[in-house]
Write a protein that binds this ligand. Structure first.
Ligand SMILES: Cc1cc2nc3c(=O)[nH]c(=O)nc-3n(C[C@H](O)[C@H](O)[C@H](O)COP(=O)(O)OP(=O)(O)OC[C@H]3O[C@@H](n4cnc5c(N)ncnc54)[C@H](O)[C@@H]3O)c2cc1C
Length: 255
């Protein structure tokens, strides 16, 4: 009988699929793969995108669950499927082609897979505004459906530019009439200015220089504008910016 070295033995155990990322997408994919008897490895490389939020909302049957709780449920469902393995680890590189991939892990190990499923999410890039990143997912939210209800009827602000600012103003105004809009002045047309004004929403065009939150509760308290004016707000809705795909920098060799 021929002896295999460690590397050969590892690679011999080829997975049908390596799923990169154990967030909602990765665990959902693994569930279906498990149910199809596919030998699957799910790589959990760290916290999910919504980790800064205390609660997740609007997810069928799990409204109000914490992000960790959601993933715990997802992992528990996978326990029924013996062909699925979830492991902590970051995919740092991949090579090969369809049917014959090699995925490198951060510990130096490599695993073989017929397919790679990228479920590595996106990274939300923060503007260079003091206090903004700290308030992200708490006083500052990106999705009115996920976190708008919690600040309904409170003093709110929308921050963005162009058409997305207008769109968000209309959405958020339905949650609270105490609403202001903030932009750095770029991309707001005279027509939009007219629309915001017709809705009774004040438009500030000097951008944001600082965001202040309560240290203990993490709740948003105040927004300091670019011209120094201060407005007390309990929620700030940031219009959507495309998140950066997480897979490319962390996992070289993947296109
Ligand atoms: C602040 C905030 C609050 C939100 N609240 C809600 C809400 O209330 N309700 C709602 O429906 N949606 C909410 N969302 C949206 C929700 O978070 C996303 O839709 C969801 O997380 C997307 O899941 P995903 O699996 O695609 O990505 P993610 O949740 O980001 O999961 C990707 C996973 O892949 C891992 N990973 C990345 N690279 C690698 C690698 N190379 N190797 C191994 N692992 C890797 C990451 O660490 C992460 O764990 C919120 C988003 C934000 C930013």
């Amino acid at each position: 009988m021929e002896c295999m070295n460690t590397k050969e033995a590892e690679m011999a155990e080829k997975y049908d699929v390596v799923v990169v990322g154990a967030g909602a997408a990765g665990l959902s994919a693994a569930l279906m793969l498990g149910r199809s008897k596919r030998r699957t490895l799910v790589l959990d490389g760290g916290p999910p995108r919504n980790a800064p939020s205390e609660h997740s909302h609007g997810f069928f049957t799990r409204d109000g669950a914490s992000p960790e709780e959601l993933l715990r449920h997802g992992r528990r469902d996978l326990e029924a499927y013996p062909s699925v393995e979830v492991r902590e680890g970051v995919a740092v590189g991949a090579s090969g082609s369809d049917g014959d991939f090699e995925v490198g892990l951060d510990g130096g190990e490599a695993v073989a897979a017929r397919k790679i499923l990228l479920a590595s999410g996106v990274v939300d890039e923060m503007p260079d505004i003091p206090g903004f990143a700290e308030a992200w997912g708490r006083g500052i939210f990106h999705c009115p459906y996920c976190h708008g209800w919690e600040v309904r009827d409170a003093p709110l602000a929308v921050y963005g530019d162009g058409a997305s600012l207008m769109h968000r103003v209309v959405l958020i105004r339905n949650l609270s009439r105490d609403l202001v809009a903030i932009t750095d002045g770029s991309g707001v047309s005279d027509e939009d200015r007219g629309k915001v004004s017709a809705l009774g929403v004040l438009l500030y065009e000097s951008g944001i220089s600082r965001v202040e939150s309560d240290e203990e509760t993490g709740k948003l308290v105040r927004i300091v504008l670019g011209d120094g004016a201060e407005i007390e707000r309990e929620g700030l809705s940031r219009t959507r910016r495309k998140g950066r795909d997480r897979s490319s920098p962390r996992c070289s060799g993947v296109k």
